[in-house]
Design a protein around this ligand. Structure first.
Ligand code: HEC
Length: 132
C-alpha cells in the first residue's frame, strides 16, 4: 500500500512537471552578436516607412498596437508577446532585429520578405514607439 502511495505521488509530480515545461515556452535565445548589435538607424528616421512596413507585415498577427491581438493571432502557436510591455521593451534593439529577421516556429522570417536591413531596423524603431 505504501509503495502504491509513493508511486502515485511520483506520478503526480512528474505529470505536473511535464505540463509545466510544455506550457512555459522555451526561451528564445538571441546570439551574442545580435544581442549587442548597434542600431544604425536613428529613432525618428523615416518613421512613416517603419509604420507602414509594420502594418503590412506584422499587424495581422501582432495587432496594430502590438498587443498580440491581430486577426491571425488565434491560429498561432506560441506567445506573440506584448510589444507595449516593459518586459518586451527591455530587450535590445539587436535582439528585436534578430527575432524579426530569423523568425521561429509560427513567427515567419523576414530576411526575404523585408530584404533590406535598414527596413527591418525601421520596424524595430517602430516597435519602440508601441511602448506604454
Ligand atoms: C503569421 C503571424 C506573425 C506575423 C505576420 C509576425 N509575427 Fe512576430 N511572432 C509570431 C509568433 C507566433 C511569435 C512567437 C514565436 C515564438 O516565441 O516561438 C512571434 C514573436 C515575435 C517577436 C518576439 C516577441 C517577444 O516577446 O520577444 C517579435 C520581436 C516579433 N514577433 C516581431 C514581428 C515583426 C516585426 C513582424 C513583422 C515584420 C512580425 N513579428 C510578424 C507571429 C507572427
Amino acid at each position: 500500500m505504501k509503495t502504491f502511495k509513493i508511486l502515485t505521488i511520483i506520478g503526480i509530480i512528474s505529470f505536473a512537471f511535464y505540463s509545466f515545461t510544455t506550457l512555459v515556452q522555451e526561451e528564445w535565445k538571441v546570439p551574442a552578436k545580435y544581442q549587442t548589435m548597434k542600431n544604425p538607424v536613428a529613432p525618428k528616421t523615416d518613421a512613416a516607412i517603419g509604420k507602414s512596413l509594420f502594418t503590412k507585415h506584422c499587424k495581422s498577427c501582432h495587432g496594430a498596437e502590438g498587443y498580440g491581438d491581430g486577426t491571425k493571432a488565434k491560429e498561432m502557436k506560441g506567445d506573440l508577446g506584448d510589444f507595449s510591455s516593459k518586459e518586451f521593451q527591455k530587450q535590445s534593439d539587436g535582439a528585436l532585429f534578430y527575432k524579426t529577421t530569423t523568425g521561429r516556429d509560427d513567427m515567419p522570417e523576414f530576411v526575404k520578405k523585408v530584404p533590406s536591413d535598414e527596413d527591418r531596423w525601421l520596424i524595430v524603431n517602430y516597435m519602440r514607439t508601441l511602448a506604454e
